[in-house]
Design a protein around this ligand. Structure first.
Ligand code: SF4
Length: 266
């Protein structure tokens, strides 16, 4: 019996040209004579002989934890384990592999490709929150923009944010990957809740720093991002060392810093 081929998988299968790669979330998808090769995007240029071949049955477990064994709440995080590859011989196999590694990624990609995607703007999303998250709707646009920049930073997520916040336009594919994000996720919402609570309840301090002191402070932020506490879980936003919280604090320095984009982390 011929296996069912979803329109989304068929479209993606056709979209990847011969001997070429598509960056798809944390993955690189490359067409070769045996099918479509999946691997970590940072291993795209590695020789397959230097990577271990992973059977389809191991893919779901592979995406669950990072290299230190910590749970990955966001399957689009670049902290996916490296050093492996898997070959999907046909479109149904590609569909299953992506479902295991990046649930919802293919469907969201296809929704954009077929013109049916409807990204939900931040304020619309925030206005429908209830319970402990109801106050995120009270954030003003600059505060919400800071949360989006920090929470969706390429260090934290490879999805292309298509939902808008304030005057901030959607991200470009080049900034992230071909996999879109159509509405804020739970991690972003929790970061917003904490930011709103902080703004609303904590006293502010005033501090005057020289330009060189700001640069030192920024290098400390970079160091903290490059050397995260190995015991910290990505989803633990209560920890001051969480990368999203460090990036959110760094947002406050950005207007006074020389242009120094931060790279990705893993
Ligand atoms: S809201 Fe941001 S962090 Fe969450 S999945 Fe979308 S782009 Fe990624």
């Amino acid at each position: 019996m011929t296996p069912f081929v979803s329109p989304a998988a068929a479209a993606l299968w056709e979209r990847i040209p011969a001997d070429s790669s598509l960056i798809f979330g944390p993955l690189a998808l490359t067409r070769n004579p045996a099918g479509i090769d999946l691997r970590h995007r940072d291993d795209a240029g590695s020789d397959a002989s230097s990577l271990r071949s992973i059977p389809s049955t191991d893919l779901p477990g592979l995406g669950q934890v990072d290299a230190l064994g910590r749970f990955r709440p966001n399957k689009a995080s670049p902290n996916l384990v490296r050093g492996w590859f898997h070959t999907a011989p046909d479109a149904p196999a590609l569909d299953a592999a992506l479902d295991a590694m990046l649930p919802g990624g293919l469907a969201d990609w296809y929704a954009v490709q077929s013109g049916t995607a409807a990204p939900i703007p931040w304020q619309q999303y925030a206005d429908r929150q209830t319970g402990m998250y109801r106050n995120v709707a009270l954030m003003n646009e600059p505060e919400a923009e800071e949360v989006a920049r920090a929470g969706c930073h390429p260090r934290c997520c490879t999805r292309q944010r298509l939902w808008t916040v304030g005057e901030r336009p959607p991200e470009a594919v080049m900034e992230k990957s071909a996999v879109p994000c159509l509405e804020p996720c739970a991690l972003l919402l929790e970061l917003a809740r904490r930011a709103q609570k902080t703004h609303a309840t904590e006293e502010r301090s005033t501090i005057v720093l020289t330009q060189s002191e700001l640069v030192i402070l920024d290098s400390l932020f970079n160091w903290a991002l490059e050397h995260p506490d190995a015991s910290l879980r990505e989803g633990d936003l209560s920890s001051p060392g969480n990368p999203r919280r460090i990036l959110l604090l760094r947002e406050k320095l950005l207007p006074w810093l020389p242009d120094k984009p931060l790279g990705q982390a893993h």
